[in-house]
Structure formats: C-alpha cells, structure tokens
Design a protein around this ligand. Structure first.
Ligand SMILES: NC(=O)c1ccc[n+]([C@@H]2O[C@H](COP(=O)([O-])OP(=O)(O)OC[C@H]3O[C@@H](n4cnc5c(N)ncnc54)[C@H](O)[C@@H]3O)[C@@H](O)[C@H]2O)c1
Length: 427
C-alpha cells in the first residue's frame, strides 16, 4: 500500500476514483482547476451528489488519506501514479474534445524536467484508440521512462461508488505489460480479475462497451415497441429472451468475422421489419441490420478483389460449417461478385455435393450460379493444388485445418478475425 496517487480532474470519474482509492487505503491527492471542488474536498464534502460519496470523502479526508489542490505541481510532487480523469466532451461536429487532455499533458510535461523518475500515467478518461500514443506518449517521448496505461472507467452516475467498489470489468492496457499490471494491482482488494490488454485495446473496449449498451437499449425498445403495438407484454418477451444464457446473453455471435446468412436470420429480419412497417412503426436499428451485413460482405469482397491472386480457392460454400443449406449463404453472393469481376474460382465444402442437395436449397444455388457444378471440387487437395490463394469462409475441422496449414498457399480467413487483419489461418 505504498503507492501515492495523484488524481487529475475531480469530476464524476476523478472524485469517485480518488475517494474510493483513498478508501482502499492509498494516500491520494486530487487536483482540479475548479477551486470550488478543491475546497469542497478539503472540507470533507463531495463536490456533487453521488450516493455514498459524501461519507467516503468525509472519512478519508479526516483520516488524512485524501486531500485536494489546484496546483498540479503540488498534487504530483510525491505521486508514483497519476490518474488522468479530465473531461473529454463532444465537439460540435461530434468528435471528442481533447482540449483538457492536451492542457493537462502540457502541465505534466512542464513538471517532468524536475523529476528523477516520471510517475506512471494512468488515463481513466474515455479517449479514442491511438489517443494515448498521440497525445500523451508522443509529447512526452523525450523523457525516458514515461509509461502510459489506459484504465477506462465503467462507473454509472447514480451508482458510481458501488460500481467502483464492485466493478463489472477491470481493464488495464499498455504497451508496457508491467505498467498495466501495476495499475491493475491497485484494485487487488476489489477481488476482480483484471483484463490486461494492449493500450489501444483498452481505449477501444470503453467505446465497444458503451456502444453495446446503447445498442442493447435500442434493441429492447424496438422489440418492446412492436410488442406494445400488438398489445403484448414486452417485459415477458424480453425476460424470456434473457433466460437463454447460451445464445442470447452470452458471448455467442459476438466474435467479429464474416457476414451472417442462412435460411432464417435474413428472412426473419425482413419479415419483422415488414410487419412493423405495416403497423406504422419505424425500427431504425433492426432495419439497419441487413444493410450493415451487406456492407460487411462488400468489405470482404473488396478485400478479396484487391488480392494479388488469379485463382481463388474457397473453403466453405454454406453459410456456416456442418450444414449443406445454401439458402442465402453470403459465400454464394461473394462468389457471384468474384466471378462477375473476372476472378477464377473453385470451391470445396465438405458437406456439399450437388447431387445430394435438393428442393429449395438446390434451386437457390442453381439460380444464383447455374454453373456451380463446374466450380465445386470433390476433394480439398484438388482446390489446394489448383489455387494460388485460399479463402476460408467457415470453420475447418482439425483434419482440414492441418491440410490447409501444410499447403504453402497464402490464406485469407474471413471468419473469427477482423477483416482488416484477416490473414493466414487464425481461427
Ligand atoms: N461521468 C461518467 O459517468 C463517466 C463514466 C465513465 C467514463 N467517463 C469519462 O471520464 C472522463 C471524465 O468524465 P467526468 O464526467 O468526470 O468529467 P467532468 O467534466 O465531470 O470532470 C472533469 C474535471 O477535470 C477538471 N480539469 C480539466 N482540466 C484540468 C486540468 N488541466 N487540471 C486539473 N483539472 C482539470 C475539470 O475542472 C473537471 O472538474 C470523460 O472522458 C468521460 O467520458 C465518464
């Protein structure tokens, strides 16, 4: 418990973090340009209302573990770690305002020549990936030993103290793993396993979480709106949806990869949006889902068209592994585009033999690509021997994976990886 902590910015995030860190036993000095907030803390009062905060500020100030100052130099004089908690408000154009961050980094820069060892800088403010490198590390690069950790804050106003003490997620990201571990270790008493990640990942996770929460709310509201319009109990529907912990409230479907398809998701989304429109309801989120999927497919096609490859072998024709259902497979749309743009293509799918599929499934593929029979290889080795590049669109089993890996073909894997990084097998 020897760390001395400075917290720069005593707003909602800074004051709650500072007071709670003092409550955990650290010696904390808060710094803010706002004299009211500084005076309020030094008098043992929270500078704003947040349940439970007043008591913690009162107790920790009385114990001599928490004080505040308007002077950054004074606040940082003995700090081993400085948490940056300044505001990053929206600019008029929607971009993030970095003025407060630039200013506080400028003030830190002015202090560093007088320090033997710079304090570890931990940023709790929400900033876009790359900001720490560009706006903290770069301006301070002439000082050896400057290390930055992104330690995003997930508290919610109204339950901020409880959220700090029982965090839903603890993330520490840095280009220096030991620095991330040091920051994470400050929270050891909270008994939550930290996620140690890269600097940019930590910055991004905060955005991904907030976007996910917003999408969840909008989704529930759109489903609820349709329920309401049909005179149904929306709470019953959503509570039942949440009872599925395997596919619904889980990590299922949350891995960036290839576009979705198949005989159900596109069809049912279309039908739902259609029926909602008949009820005079607008569902912008759900209506945007198929266009979003199309856009994702287009990115994959563009990426494949950019490859320096003449003969593209494709592993997987169905919309996912272990099925021979070709209806609305995005791979079929992908093949159509590649063929239309003059690429030579051959396909292997362990579960697709044209003679064996029938009915709407067969009609669909023959309608989309009438000469599909000529493109399908019966054996993977034929595709691997013919192609000069392999595209993977569904998860191969272990045997097939070994076969692919032992071929010398360059591979683009569209699944289980983000598209810009898609490269050699990384499933
Ligand atoms: N409020 C939330 O619920 C919440 C939750 C998670 C993350 N965040 C993020 O945390 C960051 C801070 O949010 P907030 O709501 O606490 O902001 P805030 O505006 O309430 O507080 C920022 C504080 O920083 C002070 N400050 C600015 N420049 C300073 C400087 N150079 N020296 C000293 N003090 C300085 C300001 O006076 C202010 O008191 C933002 O990036 C925000 O997006 C906020």
């Amino acid at each position: 418990m020897s760390s001395r902590i400075a917290v720069l910015g005593l707003g909602y995030v800074g004051c709650v973090s500072a007071a709670c860190l003092a409550r955990l036993g650290y010696r904390v000095t808060g710094v803010d340009r706002d004299e009211f907030k500084v005076r309020s803390v030094n008098e043992g009062r929270a500078p704003f209302y947040e349940p439970g905060l007043d008591e913690i500020v009162r107790d920790t100030v009385a114990l001599g573990r928490f004080d505040a100052t308007v002077s950054l130099a004074e606040g940082m004089a003995e700090a081993d770690i400085a948490f940056i908690c300044v505001g990053t408000p929206s600019e008029k154009n929607g971009s993030l305002g970095l003025e407060q961050l630039r200013r506080v980094v400028g003030e830190i820069e002015a202090l560093l020549p007088d320090r033997d060892k710079p304090p570890l800088l931990a940023i709790r403010s929400t900033v876009f990936p790359g900001t720490c490198e560009e706006h903290i590390l770069r301006p301070l690069e002439r000082f050896p030993g400057v290390r930055v950790v992104s330690n995003p804050e997930f508290l919610r106003e109204g339950s901020a103290v409880a959220d700090f003490m029982e965090p839903s997620l603890l993330v520490a990201g840095s280009n220096d793993a030991a620095a991330a571990e040091s920051v994470a270790s400050l929270y050891r008493a909270l008994n939550v396993a930290p996620c140690i990640v890269s600097l940019r990942a930590a910055e991004m996770i905060k955005y991904a979480c907030n976007a996910f929460h917003a999408v969840k709310i909008a989704f529930a509201n759109e489903i609820g709106t349709v329920c309401g319009s049909l005179g149904m109990d929306a709470a019953e529907v959503m509570a039942t949806l949440c009872a599925d912990r395997k596919l619904n409230i889980s990590s299922a479907y949350l891995k960036p990869g290839f576009a979705f398809g198949g005989s159900c998701l596109p069809k049912d989304l279309r039908a739902f949006a259609y029926r909602a429109s008949r009820l005079d309801l607008k569902l912008p989120l759900l209506e945007a889902t198929l266009p979003s999927n199309q856009e994702h497919l287009r990115r994959a096609i563009d990426m494949l068209l950019d490859l320096p490859a003449r003969r593209l072998g494709v592993f997987g024709l169905a919309f996912k592994e272990n099925t021979d259902d070709l209806r609305e497979s995005p791979v079929v749309a992908l093949l159509e585009q590649l063929i239309g743009k003059g690429r030579e293509v051959r396909v292997f799918d362990p579960h697709i033999q044209l003679d064996a599929i029938y009915g709407s499934n067969r009609n669909f593929i023959l309608q989309q690509i009438p000469h599909i029979g000529r493109l399908l290889d019966a054996r993977l080795e034929d595709t691997l021997r013919w192609a000069d590049h392999l595209v993977i669109t569904q998860k191969p089993d272990d045997g097939i994976r070994t076969q692919i890996e032992s071929s010398s073909l360059p591979v683009t894997c569209l699944i289980g990886t983000t598209l810009p990084d898609a490269g050699r097998l990384s499933l």
